[in-house]
Each structure stands twice: as structure tokens, then as C-alpha cells.
Design a protein around this ligand. Sequence first.
Ligand SMILES: Cc1ncc(COP(=O)(O)O)c(C=O)c1O
Length: 461
Amino acid sequence: MTAPGKDHNAELQAAAKRNLWLHFTRMSSYSDNDIPVIVRGSGQYVYDQHGKRYLDGLSGLFVSQIGHGRKEVAEAGARQGSELAYFPLWSYAHPRAIELAERLADLAPGNLNRVFFTTSGSEAVEAAWKLAKQYFKTVGEPGRYKVISRDIAYHGTSMGALAITGLAGIKAPFEPLPAGGIRVPNTNFYRAPGFVAGDLEGFGRWAADEIERAILREGPDTVAAVFLEPLQNSGGCFPPPPGYFGRVREICDRYGVLLVSDEVICAFGRLGYYFGSQRYGYQPDIITFAKGVTSGYSPLGGMLVSDRLMEPFATGPASFLHGVTFAGHPVSCAVALANLDVFEKEDLLGNVRANEAGFRGTLQKLTDLPIVGDVRGDGYFYGIELVKDKSTRETFSDNESERLLRGYLSQALFDAGLVCRADDRGDPVIQLAPPLTCTQEHFDEIEQILRSVLTEAWTRL
Ligand SMILES: Cc1ncc(COP(=O)(O)O)c(C=O)c1O
């Protein structure tokens, strides 16, 4: 493939600076630097406008499960576009949405066999909260509207989803948000409170019981749902302690509260199973999904719910009063079906399960560096927590964190050819979620880049 000319690149760069607004991005940081422009992808790698190659260690944004450049998936979308590019799911169905709903219902745990499509993860979360509220109003429990979620957890950016999100910094500019978002502790064992430090199961019991205490404090007849990711992303990959979800399920059942598993990241193989709840062995009432369902070849999200939640809407005049124009878009559904075909043909779940120990072991080698405090995660989803002092687990000041992450690490990792995420929404972490096709050679490449950049970062502190 011929590289675009110098003039074309310069024009693209100038137009990007003039007209494009990047998400969650300090645009000022590009006043003196080029905006990175990614022009194509192939397998586990992406390429910028100069032809430079990067290992996509974050699958774009936890999206590209099957990797880049899969013609069969792109072509499935193109075929669908010529057959029926668009028709709404408002009062009508189309074949690809039906086939995909049936396929997802087959793959989902237990009795989750009804699919409500959206176009994104935030919309899926929004839809799940709205369904919980309308469901309870319909069955005669109108006081239930609150939602419990965990500190630092990210559940999306639309107003409802933001009220569930547990990151104070990204909520503050938009307050007041819809009422009813309640926070409980997350499952960051590395930072567990002293009375359960070193006792993983005790920590899990305590963290689950905090949900019960929150329900009792708020009043059980006011709480509609608990929203939890199987493995919490924000804060740097907190796996659930053993027994945690079993206990949360019991608590939800005791108080008639719905358990929503927000699997926008954790579904579709990220943890070696189609759904993260299957990995950790719990049965949600609702699963929200997006991202990996299409591997990003077209946008799609949705929620899977049990027949019980559908029941009040299955007969009589009631309908779920919610919808968005592009939800379950025919092209996206066709792409999702082709994406799932790749999962099956190439046994991607098997690949993750066979190689996850290698991924973990390779990243754990980095714990010999003074700056690496903790390596945690499961499947192909890991966080590396950076610390100032390993023995005391002292973290960086805001100033140091700013200098370290924004001033050095993010750019240095990218310059060294690795797309990953250096994040300080909790304590500073580096996050990795590579395509599910990765094998040991990719883990080694990730480790080598991290080792050299983190070694250099330590000398700059
Ligand atoms: C757990 C979780 N929920 C919801 C969302 C929001 O998804 P989207 O960005 O597609 O709106 C995200 C996005 O990363 C997420 O990680």
C-alpha cells in the first residue's frame, strides 16, 4: 500500500486541528504537537499516517476482539447495506436483528433470552436503568428507582449512565444528575482497608456486605438495581474476590433488587467466555453489552434480560417506553453475526483460555521494576498499578501523576509502538486489553516496551 503524500498528511493534520473535537482529550496538548492519525489496521496492529506500526494493546477501546482488517466481517456489513441498509426496530423487525437476538439468547447465561438493542454502551446502561424503573412501576413497586454502583466504576457518559458512574471528576461539571445514584466500595484488593488487608475472601464478603448496608440505609423499597462490571475496568482492572458475586446475588434476591452485569467491556471473550458473568459463575437479571459484539466493524449495543422482566410488557397495553433510531441497525447486526462466526471458526474463547496464563506471567515479570506495585486482571484484561514506593504502596501526588502519566508515559508508550492506556482516574495504572487473537509473541512485545518505558519513567521522577 502506498503511503499518502506529505502534503495530504499535512492537510489532514491541519483540518484535524481546525475542525475535529476529540473525546475526553485536552485539545491544548496538540497545539504544538501532531494529533496521532491512525489510518489502517491489520490483525493485532494499527498504522499511522506515516506508516508507523503500533501493537493495539487496548483493542482500540476494548473493542477490536477479532483484530483489524477482517474482510469477511466488513463484507457482511456491505452486503447488508445493499440488501436493507436501514429499518427501525420500532414496531418492525428485520432478519439480522432476529437472528442476532436468537444467537445472543443462546449464548447468554440462564434465562436471559430477550434482547433490546441500542447503539452504544451508555445507551445500554441507560436502557437498563429505564427498564428497571418502568418494570417496578408496572408491577406495583413505584418507589424503586435508585441504583447502586461502585466507586471509580465507569458506566458511560449520558446523563443517566453518568449518574451510575462512580468517577466524581467527570460528573461534577454536569451536576445535578438524575437522582438515585448510590456508591459502594469497589474490589481493589491492593488497596483493601486494613481490617481485611491480606484476606481476599474476607475482603470480598465485606465489599458485598457494603451493598447490603447501602440497600438498608437507602430503604430496600427504593432500590431498583445494582450495576456491577464482572471485572471493574476503571481504577485498573479489579477482579471480583472469590465468593463476591454469589453473595451479591443473595443480597439482591433478599431485597428484590435487580442485578445488572455491565459487560460493555467484559463480554465477547475479554475474559475467555462470551459473558463475564459466566466466567465468575453468577446469574444476572440484565446484561448490558456493546463494543466487542461487533469488534467495532460497526456500532452496536444492547441489553439481555430475563423473561421475568419482559412479562409485564408481554400482554395487555403496556410497552417499554424507550427506543433510539439506530438501535439494532441492520448493518451492525449483520456485522455482529459475522463477528461471532469468526469467534467460532477460530475458537477465540479457547485462545484466550489457553494463553491467559502466559499473558499474566509475562506481565508479572514487570514486578521486578521499582515502579510496578501490582499486576491484576483476568483473561486478556490487565491493569498495572504504578507506585512511588513498593514497600509502603505509596502512590504519586497529583502533581507527580500529572508529570508521569500525561507528561511522559502516554506519549512515550505510543512513541515506542504500543497503544495502551495510562490512566489516573483512580491510582495511576496502565491498562491492557489486546485483541483476542494475540499470542505469546505479542505479550513479549508488550512486556519489552513497557519495561523500557517504565524503566525510563522511574529515572525521571
Ligand atoms: C462498563 C462500561 N459501561 C458503559 C460504557 C459506555 O459505553 P459507550 O462508550 O459505548 O457509550 C463503557 C465504556 O467504556 C464501559 O466500559
